[in-house]
Ligand binder design. Sequence first.
Ligand code: SF4
Ligand code: SF4
Length: 231
Amino acid sequence: MAKVYVLREPRRGDRAWNIYALREAARLKKWFKGVYYSPRLKRLLAVFKPTPGTHVNPEVFEEIGESALRDAYRMECPRGCNRCCVFRSGAFILENEVNKLPPSIQERVLRQPSELIKTPGGWVRIYRLDTESMGRCVFFDVEQGECMLERLGGKEAKPIVCLLTYCTVFATRNGEKYLKTGYRDLGDGRVEIHYRRVSDEEWEAAIKKMASTWLRFRRVYKSSLRGIESR
Ligand code: SF4
Ligand code: SF4
């Protein structure tokens, strides 16, 4: 039976280790199951379920019992919000992810500013994607409101950092929808997150509210395009 692994907590202030952990996580990207919040463990768990026999780096991953996920909320990033892609995205992609993209996309990534970071697992190059105005990601389609990488290659084409970073606002459990009502950092890597079950209407209203950043930007973007076209 496949084992369940979770990524160890990022280390505060240790960028080199965190990039190393992300590179190892990217290697298992196709087995990524999602980010969960366990109220029992008070932890956010980035869950991977690799095929038996796959090498899993124990420095970066820990094995957990599947029962830990039984009462857990699954973090969701509903379509239409886009806040993380449009404003100060901080998005970047690792070199071992770039190699798996179609050649035309690779070319675009390779033109982006990059940085070589010395990590405990050797040198890792990262390419910045947050280089459009206000930190917008170069792969965000402003008009359609979607990630071009995901459109081309599904979730697996997205940078691991985008798959792992969740705002924790939206969650599901046993087919029900939940919205976050409170959050407390317990200071030892654990967090307390409170959720309230909501109707479809409340869920949609929350998405609409969160989407205001993107929608505002899209209006400005479209009018600037019209300005260019009319010149
Ligand atoms: S703010 Fe939350 S829902 Fe919105 S894009 Fe970011 S992760 Fe997704
Ligand atoms: S790569 Fe995709 S998901 Fe990540 S920030 Fe860019 S547009 Fe958003």
